[in-house]
Design a protein around this ligand. Structure first.
Ligand code: S3P
Length: 161
């Protein structure tokens, strides 16, 4: 079974995965390859619901594998995904307050983050708030990364496991 890293955009899921395993998998990267376009283009052409279905299918494929996975921030929105996440060996939740995440996000406006282009700050904060209990519900481990770099988060993880 996979070990997965969850958390809102900007929490440093992929950066932590890079520090923990050279052979980690990144769901956003895999989806862009599968879909043959950037996530921004996919959202624009097919909409978010269709993206969520593709993300769900990929999660199903990855879960049985013995691999570290950096998920996309919206993985917890589907109940079917939360059900799958409960079966994983470990679910590491990278938690931070919204303002910290937002500051990081505006410095790193990537094409795999259509929501950042489509939503105003207050809408993003609503999305952030709506997901908190879902992240907490499926996490087996929570690391507060508000004041940690990805390297520090990796050291913290290694020394506390
Ligand atoms: C999303 C987060 C993104 C990506 C997509 C949707 C979200 O991943 O999956 O843009 O709904 O929060 P990151 O959390 O890796 O930026």
């Amino acid at each position: 079974m996979a070990r997965l890293i969850i958390g809102f955009m900007g929490a440093g899921k992929t950066s932590l995965a890079k520090h923990l395993a050279t052979d980690y998998l990144d769901m956003d990267d895999l989806l862009e390859k599968r879909l043959g376009m950037s996530l921004s283009d996919y959202f624009a052409q097919n909409g978010e619901d269709s993206f969520r279905q593709e993300e769900h299918l990929l999660l199903k494929d990855l879960l049985p594998r013995d691999v570290l996975v950096a998920t996309g921030g919206g993985i917890v929105t589907l109940a079917e995904n939360r059900q799958l996440l409960r079966q994983a060996d470990e679910v590491i939740y990278l938690k931070a307050d919204f303002e910290t995440l937002y500051e990081r996000l505006i410095k790193d406006n990537s094409s795999h983050r259509p929501l950042l282009q489509l939503k105003a700050k207050d809408e993003l904060e609503k999305i952030y708030n709506s997901r908190q209990s879902w992240y907490e519900e499926v996490a087996t481990r929570t690391i507060d990364v508000s004041h940690l770099t990805p390297r520090e988060a990796a050291d913290f993880y290694k020394h506390s496991s």
